[in-house]
Design a protein around this ligand. Structure first.
Ligand SMILES: Cc1cc2nc3c(=O)[nH]c(=O)nc-3n(C[C@H](O)[C@H](O)[C@H](O)COP(=O)(O)OP(=O)(O)OC[C@H]3O[C@@H](n4cnc5c(N)ncnc54)[C@H](O)[C@@H]3O)c2cc1C
Length: 503
């Protein structure tokens, strides 16, 4: 009897979505003794960082490069908190950058970067110092922007612990990467700026003119901190977390589409979900607290008329973020040049717009991971940033043109890879293109917007609060934004915040 009463008093936390952010929060809350239920629309976890199975391939649906496993990296920190041994293997070079006039091996020692950009030594020295401090501080918890007294206290504590070295971060916190380059006289070095822009676009969703220098210094640290392959595909980060949630007594309900967040007297009281896309029958799952692993746009539509005015304003005012055009390819290993690196970034020109096939990220499953593809084959994911509206306009106005543009883009991209990796086209046996329309279908991210917000001013960063006291946002829409490592930091922060609400 008393046990039953105790059981029912344990707060129930409903988490909408089994992305890496949602699952990190779920695992930490389950470990802390909360009743945790995750509602995931798909039959597998991971969202933008999932691995799906098709014709014997295990394709990474979006993310392919796993960072943040160094000792003070977010995955390592979460792994220690949750007693997880991640199924990862470091690889070097992390990737190879192909600019029109030079090729750069992105190795942990940065030797080739310095050799190809001999004037950039001072930039990298400063970058290293800033990033080292930023990693140390973030491992201790940097809830930015602070949302209550407790978070402000935590920021002050970490700030004081690293005083006075952290004062050196101020000029970076207040300027853009471009202004930093200008201070060093590097802003007119076209190739170097292009090289940085390509890297920042994939790690900060904007280029040097917009990206905040402190954020940029940390984002540019990925290769120095080490890049990893995840056994079985990147989706095994989420799968490992999902297994941990279940081991700790939490529940994951796959094929559960959350259709609405139930709100009464200004508080979330649970979520309505339906089992499967087609059914119309909804069930209410009551909860004491709700965490949404969604974008603010999706959150607003889940709240509908209960959305607080500030959230309604936010989704009207914010510019749409990028989408991704992706190709999933099955390629024959033996047609590739010997010792071809697993990851490549291809930048076609030194000027002009990026994305839309002009910049590409190509990732091949490692040859040693035979679980990823049929014998003799490799599972490849190629992605490029794209504007979401062009795909939705095409789909709505001319379905045939939508299909034709998709095929054309796939063909152009394969040719561009072939120009850099000879034999790539003839190695390709299976082609599955995906647009923002595909992303919306599979990740339920509104309009297929992926990657979170561009990391421009730190003072415009978004926190997890939603305007409803027992509802939080988690995932790449909150600071520090995109990447499996970034959403892990956000997930840890949100778990601590939820725990504080019940103490
Ligand atoms: C093409 C591409 C390449 C990328 N490359 C990299 C990379 O190399 N390295 C890297 O670290 N990061 C990369 N990223 C970014 C990274 O994948 C994301 O930032 C991160 O995975 C987002 O995690 P999240 O927690 O926000 O959840 P999401 O990935 O958005 O997952 C949310 C989950 O919630 C579920 N869901 C949403 N709404 C509902 C609902 N109403 N009901 C039920 N379930 C719901 C979805 O099905 C999904 O599973 C890439 C992203 C893309 C798109």
């Amino acid at each position: 009897m008393s046990e039953a009463i105790l059981m029912s008093k344990t707060p129930h936390i409903a988490i909408i979505g089994a992305g890496v952010g949602g699952l990190t929060t779920a695992a930490l809350l389950a470990q802390a003794g909360y009743r945790v239920s995750v509602y995931e629309a798909q039959t597998y976890p991971g969202g933008s960082a999932s691995t799906f199975i098709h014709k014997g391939y295990r394709f990474d649906s979006g993310a392919t490069v796993a960072g943040g496993f160094q000792p003070n990296g977010p995955h390592a920190v979460a792994g220690r908190m949750l007693d997880i041994n991640w199924p990862v293997h470091q690889h070097d070079p992390a990737w190879v950058v192909h600019l029109p006039d030079r090729t750069i091996q992105m190795c942990q020692d940065h030797q080739d970067v310095l050799a190809k950009f001999p004037n950039s030594g001072r930039f990298w020295e400063q970058q290293r110092r800033v990033a080292d401090l930023a990693w140390q501080m973030s491992a201790e918890g940097l809830p930015w922007p602070p949302q209550d007294i407790a978070e402000l206290g935590q920021l002050i504590k970490v700030g004081l612990r690293h005083f006075p070295q952290d004062i050196r971060l101020a000029p970076f916190a207040l300027s853009s990467v471009h202004q930093w380059l200008k201070r060093l006289g590097l802003h007119n070095d076209r190739a170097f700026v292009r090289f940085l822009d390509a890297s920042l676009l994939i790690s900060a969703q904007a280029t040097s003119k917009q990206v905040n220098a402190l954020y940029g210094a940390t984002a540019l640290d990925l290769t120095r901190q080490g890049v990893y392959h995840v056994e079985g595909g990147i989706g095994n980060i989420a799968q490992t977390l999902a297994d941990k949630v279940c081991e700790l007594g939490g529940q994951i309900h796959y094929r559960h589409f959350v259709t609405r967040i139930a709100v009464e007297n200004g508080r979330a009281i649970g979520v309505y979900a339906k089992k499967g896309r087609r059914t119309t029958q909804e069930m209410l799952f009551q909860a004491d607290f709700v965490v949404a692993n969604t974008t603010p746009w999706s959150l607003e539509s889940l709240l509908s008329e209960d959305a607080p005015p500030a959230l309604k304003r936010e989704v009207q005012q914010r510019e749409a973020t990028y989408g991704a055009f992706v190709l999933h390819l099955g390629i024959r290993s033996d047609r590739l040049p010997p010792n071809t690196a697993d990851h490549h970034q291809i930048v076609r020109t030194l000027d002009g717009p990026m994305g839309e096939g002009e910049t590409l990220f190509v990732s091949m499953s490692p040859e040693w991971d035979t679980s990823r593809a049929p014998q003799g084959m490799r599972a490849v994911t190629v992605s490029t940033h794209t504007r979401i509206d062009r795909w939705w306009d095409l789909l709505e106005n001319d379905h045939q043109a939508y299909q034709a543009t998709k095929q054309q883009m796939a063909d152009t991209i394969i040719s561009r890879i072939d120009a850099v990796i000879p034999g790539f086209r003839s190695a390709t046996e299976l082609v599955l293109p995906g647009t923002p329309v595909t992303y919306e279908f599979y990740t339920l991210r509104q309009d297929g917007m992926v990657g979170g917000f561009p990391q421009t001013s730190l003072f415009r960063a978004r926190g997890p609060r939603t305007g409803i006291p027992n509802l939080r946002l988690v995932g790449d829409s909150i600071f520090p934004g995109q990447s499996t490592a970034g959403v892990t930091l956000g997930g840890i922060r949100v778990a601590k915040d939820v725990m504080r609400q019940f103490n």
